[in-house]
Design a protein around this ligand. Structure first.
Ligand SMILES: C[S@@+](CC[C@H](N)C(=O)[O-])C[C@H]1O[C@@H](n2cnc3c(N)ncnc32)[C@H](O)[C@@H]1O
Length: 140
């Protein structure tokens, strides 16, 4: 999470995070002094409440904003190129979601939202890279 957050905050400025979860990556993003604003899209109401309890000050000052809903429903409200970094880490909330859940669908939207160049990493990419390294080590 620390690595993902460091990539997402490497340009400072406006950072978009999809999926709050336990707020681990959110904590690392908040720790970055160069960010102006951290916008979080979170689908689950209980998780949003948890986030509000965890980060009251950041929410009060506007350094953090929580947008309610599924990214598929709300991301069109964001302007083109409005983010300098994006961290995508959502998981399906229901078995039905899992059937239709395609994390790569976000990449097109990421290209629209991302300012400067496409530099979005997902947890899955990091996992795949780590697995590739492990396989290489086993063979070698
Ligand atoms: C794996 S957790 C995120 C973990 C987080 N990066 C951390 O460090 O704790 C995934 C989160 O994504 C949320 N989520 C799932 N599908 C979503 C969607 N389509 N849009 C927004 N949030 C979603 C879940 O409610 C959950 O809070």
């Amino acid at each position: 999470m620390k690595k993902l957050a460091s990539i997402a905050t490497s340009n400072g400025g406006q950072v978009l995070e999809l999926g709050f979860g336990l707020g681990l990556s959110a904590g690392f993003i908040q720790d970055c002094p160069d960010i102006e604003k951290h916008t979080i899209v979170e689908a689950h109401p209980d998780v949003r409440e948890f986030a509000r309890q965890k980060y009251p000050e950041a929410l009060n000052t506007g350094r953090m904003e929580i947008v309610s809903g599924f990214w598929q429903e709300v991301s069109s409200h964001f302007d083109d190129e409005s983010f300098d970094g994006i961290l995508f880490d959502t998981v399906p909330l229901t078995p039905e979601d899992a059937g239709t859940f395609h994390q790569h669908e976000f990449f097109q939207e990421a290209g629209r939202l991302y300012h400067v160049r496409l530099n979005t990493y997902t947890l899955e990419e990091v996992r795949q890279k780590a697995e590739g390294r492990r396989q290489k080590e086993r063979k070698g």
